[in-house]
Design a protein around this ligand. Structure first.
Ligand code: PAN
Ligand code: ZN
Length: 194
């Protein structure tokens, strides 16, 4: 009879909502209070309770942050919502090691992935269940929930990528996703585009 000699008692798994579970899985919640300065409408942002969860992240971290050669496997749930005229979104970042890339894939919900190059040129991809997204190196990435339910997506990135939030805090993205009359509207620094 086959014996499961190598089976650990507490294996890694992916739950029904797509989140990793098991040993070495960490979780972090980001509240609206922690997103000060992210949304254009400061007054609308201030009217939202600071302890309301904007998004939660779970990730499997088998090696220490910064270890070359490893991978992190993550999952994000971005709750639906609007702040002023803007859809709920993640803080967004460049990787600290600029050349490192990342995969995102959409599990549920609908949104836009904003991709901004170092010269601030902006493009975006639609996120919908089954969509797969390659975030190249040297590209800031932010996810916007343009739907009415949670947007859930998976992610995989190098364990030495690191996160540079400061550049985005200082300069922002070169476009914002607004609630338009016929759906989401991307307003870039150079003009509005649907
Ligand atoms: C993702 C993001 C996650 C939350 O795991 O970290 O979606 O977004 P912020 O980090 O911008 O708050 C990822 O891109 N990791 O590299
Ligand atoms: Zn990233």
């Amino acid at each position: 009879m086959f014996e499961h000699m190598n089976m650990t008692e507490d294996p890694l798994s992916i739950m029904a909502d797509g989140a990793p579970a098991g040993p070495e899985v960490r979780r972090k919640e980001t509240t609206f209070g922690g997103l000060r300065g992210v949304f254009a409408d400061a007054e609308a942002h201030a009217s939202i309770p600071g302890d309301r969860v904007a998004y939660r992240v779970a990730w499997h971290q088998a090696v220490a942050d910064g270890t070359p050669g490893g991978l992190f496997f993550g999952w994000t749930e971005l709750l639906p919502g609007v702040v002023g005229a803007e859809y709920a979104m993640t803080r967004g970042h460049f990787h600290a090691r600029r050349e490192t890339a990342e995969y995102y894939w959409c599990l549920s919900g609908r949104g836009l992935l904003l991709l901004m190059a170092e010269d601030r040129s902006l493009r975006w991809e639609t996120m919908a269940p089954g969509s797969l997204h390659y975030v190249p190196g040297r590209t800031a990435h932010r996810v916007v929930n343009t739907g009415e339910v949670s947007l859930r997506f998976g992610a995989c990135w190098p364990s030495d990528a690191g996160h540079d939030y400061e550049s985005i805090a200082a300069e922002g993205f070169s476009g914002r996703v607004l609630v338009g009359p016929a759906g989401p509207l991307v307003r870039t620094e150079t003009g509005a585009r649907a």
